[in-house]
Write a protein that binds this ligand. Structure first.
Ligand code: PYC
Length: 311
């Protein structure tokens, strides 16, 4: 950490879920392609990147964003999302936070922009200063009707689907999807994640539990367990994309029809899809607000300069 003692970041939240954008040029990851940059990020992850999203400099559920020169033609930037568990394939709420941050920094011009993520290029458009529309990567169902035996919760049925990250989606949550039920939702979704790995789906790193909506106009409410062991405060853009793939495959949602996904907090994303061969192309819309401009300080004498990690 000796070379990086101060890092300027911009914080925002998207429907409640925090995003921390590292200002351009603060941390170099060398030339592209994006896969090489991700490898370099992983080499110094615990010393350089993870401390940016851990306590005592961040709170729970922070997603970090590194961005730099595009390594893919037609893209505005390479954008790498990460949480304290490592890089994320894509991040819907993070893309919204990133676009609103670019506007805050006067670095964004009008119109739709392509951003190169680990999962592939996505399009993002600022509708106004805070509202962002994201056209995500092609999304699809990997396995329908997976039956799991989950200790303490019995038989749980769900689907494995991809929306930029890989999800296990449980249509009928074994525990009510209510915000006063967070402890049980965490225990249940952790048990499901372990069971889904035992069942051979090692790529699954997020779990979504669904229940009836509680805000007017929403179609469904979700609790989303993320790879860093926190829950998504937003309705989760990649998770909503995976959900649309399941709905489309089951013939429950037609192309172009709006699906409103509610988060555990009661905030919402509006989503719809177009067909793209045997996959779908989801569009997610939500609101982000900048919350802080900060310079983080990593003093060599600070015993917690690499963040608080409880093994
Ligand atoms: O919005 O895609 C998302 C996301 C993934 C993890 C946290 N948020």
């Amino acid at each position: 950490m000796s070379a990086v003692a101060r890092v300027r970041v911009i914080d925002s939240h998207t429907e409640g879920e925090p995003t921390r954008v590292i200002q351009l040029g603060e941390i170099e990851l060398g030339p592209g392609p994006i896969a090489s940059r991700v490898e370099r990020m992983k080499q110094v992850f615990e010393q350089v990147f993870r401390p940016l999203v851990l306590e005592p400099r961040a709170g729970p559920a922070f997603v970090g964003v590194w961005f730099g020169t595009p390594s893919e033609p037609g893209c505005l930037h390479d954008v790498i999302f990460f949480n304290s568990a490592g890089p994320l394939g894509m991040c819907g709420h993070g893309t919204m936070g990133f676009m609103v941050t670019l506007r805050h920094l006067n670095m964004e011009s009008q119109g739709r922009h392509r951003l190169n993520t680990i999962a592939g290029p996505v399009s993002a458009e600022l509708i106004d200063d805070t509202r962002v529309r994201v056209e995500n990567v092609p999304s699809y169902v990997i396995q329908e009707r997976v039956m799991l035996s989950v200790m303490g919760y019995g038989e749980v049925q769900g689907q494995v689907a991809y929306g930029g990250n890989t999800f296990f989606l449980v249509e009928r949550s074994p525990v009510p999807v209510w915000s006063d039920n967070l402890e049980d939702l965490f225990k249940c979704s952790r048990g499901i994640l372990q069971a889904v790995h035992r069942a051979g789906f090692g790529d699954v790193d997020h779990v979504e539990l669904f229940g009836p909506p509680t805000v007017e106009g929403a179609d469904s409410k979700s609790y989303v367990l993320c790879p860093d062991g926190t829950y998504d405060r937003s309705p989760c853009g990649t998770g909503t994309s995976a959900k649309l793939a399941c709905l489309a495959a089951a013939g429950k949602l037609a192309p172009g029809v709006i699906w409103t996904q509610e988060s555990i907090l009661g905030t919402t994303f509006r989503a719809s899809y177009e067909r793209k061969g045997d996959r779908i192309l989801p569009t997610i819309e939500g609101t982000a607000h900048v919350t802080a401009e900060t310079q983080l300080i990593f003093s060599p004498s600070d015993p917690l300069r690499e963040g608080i990690v409880l093994e």
